[in-house]
Design a protein around this ligand. Structure first.
Ligand code: NAP
Length: 286
C-alpha cells in the first residue's frame, strides 16, 4: 500500500518498491536483531520483516510494548523473541550479548536503530551535562560495544550491519542539536572507518541517512509539526530493500544539494544563524 503523503512529501520521498519474493529468499532461515523495536521505525521494521517469517530479536526498554509487538507478530505467523535492556547500561548490554552468543545460529543481520534525540540550546544545557553523556551512551557507546561483540558471529554468517542514521550528520551543524548531532555523527564516523575492514571480511555495512520521520522522537519539537516527514513504514521498506541490495548507503535523492550547500554556503549560514540567535536573545531578554 502507498504511503499517505502530501504532494510535497511524495516528491521528497518517492515510493520505495520492494521485491518481497527476493526478500523472502534473502531472509530464509535468518535471524535479525533490531534494537529499538518497541516504537517508531524499529516497530514498523519488525512488522515488515515478520511478513517474511524470519526470526526476529526485538530489543528495547519497554518490555510491555515489546511483548505487544511480539504478540502481533506471532498472531500473523511470524517469529519473534524479546530481550528487554537499557542499552546505556553496560551490564544490560553484556546480558544481551551473552543472550545472542548463546544462540547456536547467532544472528545474520544487526539493525542498529535504538536512539535518543535531544534538542536544547547550549544556554539551557549549562547544568545538563547528562544530556551529552546519555546521548553518547545510546547513540555511540552502545552500538560500538554491540558491533564489536557481534563481529565474530556476523563474519561467520557473512552477515550485515545496518545503521539508522540521520541526514543531519552530513549537513552543516545546527544550533540546539549539539548533543544529538554529535553523538549520531560520532557513530556514523566510527562505522564509516570500520566499514572497509568489515566488508573485506564479508560483513556488509549499510548506513540509512534519514530525514524527518513521523515518530514520537520528533513530537516534542513544535516546528516539526507541519514539516514534510517520512512514514516509519516507508523507512521499514527502505531498510528491507537494503537487506536485498546490501548497498553501502541510502540517502534521499535531494540530500546531495543540501550537502553541497552545507559546504558552499556555510559562512553565510553561520552569519545568518548567529544573527537569528541574537534576535531571539533580545526578544526573550536572556
Ligand atoms: N524520527 C526521526 O525524525 C529520525 C530521523 C533520523 C534518524 N532517526 C533515527 O531513527 C532511530 C529510531 O528512532 P525513532 O524515530 O523510531 O524514535 P522512537 O520512536 O523514539 O524509537 C526509539 C527506539 O529506541 C529505543 N531506545 C531508546 N533508548 C534506549 C535505550 N537506552 N535502551 C534500549 N532501547 C532504547 C526505544 O525503546 P524504549 O523506549 O522502549 O527503550 C525505541 O524503541 C534513531 O536512531 C534515530 O536517531 C530518527
Amino acid at each position: 500500500m502507498r504511503d499517505k503523503y502530501s504532494f510535497i512529501e511524495s516528491l521528497l520521498f518517492p515510493y520505495t518498491r520492494l521485491n518481497k519474493k527476493i526478500l523472502n529468499v534473502k531472509l530464509r532461515q535468518k535471524t535479525v536483531l533490531i534494537t529499538g523495536a518497541s516504537f517508531g521505525i524499529g516497530e514498523a521494521l519488525a512488522y515488515k520483516l515478520a511478513e517474511t517469517h524470519t526470526c526476529l530479536i526485538l530489543v528495547g526498554r519497554t518490555t510491555s510494548k515489546l511483548n505487544l509487538v511480539k504478540e502481533v507478530i506471532l498472531k500473523g505467523g511470524g517469529k519473534a523473541e524479546v530481550y528487554s535492556a537499557d542499552l546505556r547500561n553496560s551490564n544490560e548490554l553484556d546480558g544481551l550479548i551473552a543472550f545472542i552468543k548463546a544462540r547456536k545460529e547467532g544472528i545474520d543481520i544487526f539493525v542498529n536503530n535504538a536512539g535518543k534525540s535531544i534538542r536544547r540550546s547550549i544556554e539551557n544545557s549549562l547544568d545538563r551535562y547528562h544530556d551529552f553523556t546519555r546521548t553518547m551512551a545510546i547513540n555511540y557507546n552502545a552500538p560500538v560495544q554491540l558491533t564489536l561483540a557481534l563481529i565474530p558471529i556476523l563474519k561467520r554468517n557473512r552477515g550485515h550491519i545496518i545503521n539508522i542514521s540521520a541526514i543531519n550528520v552530513l549537513l552543516a551543524p545546527a544550533p540546539k542539536w549539539a548533543a544529538y548531532q554529535a553523538s549520531k555523527a560520532a557513530f556514523d564516523n566510527w562505522f564509516r572507518c570500520a566499514a572497509p575492514e568489515l566488508n573485506a571480511r564479508k560483513v556488509a555495512t549499510t548506513t540509512i541517512y534519514l530525514p524527518l520521520v513521523r515518530t514520537r522522537m520528533i513530537e516534542p519539537t513544535e516546528t516539526y509539526k507541519n514539516m514534510p516527514s517520512m512514514k516509519p513504514e516507508h523507512v521499514a521498506r527502505i531498510i528491507c530493500k537494503s537487506i536485498i541490495t546490501r548497498k553501502r548507503t541510502y540517502k534521499p535523492w535531494w540530500l546531495i544539494f543540501g550537502e553541497l550547500a552545507s559546504i558552499v554556503l556555510r559562512p553565510l549560514w553561520e552569519i545568518l544563524i548567529t544573527k537569528q540567535i541574537e534576535k531571539e536573545q533580545i526578544v526573550s531578554g536572556n
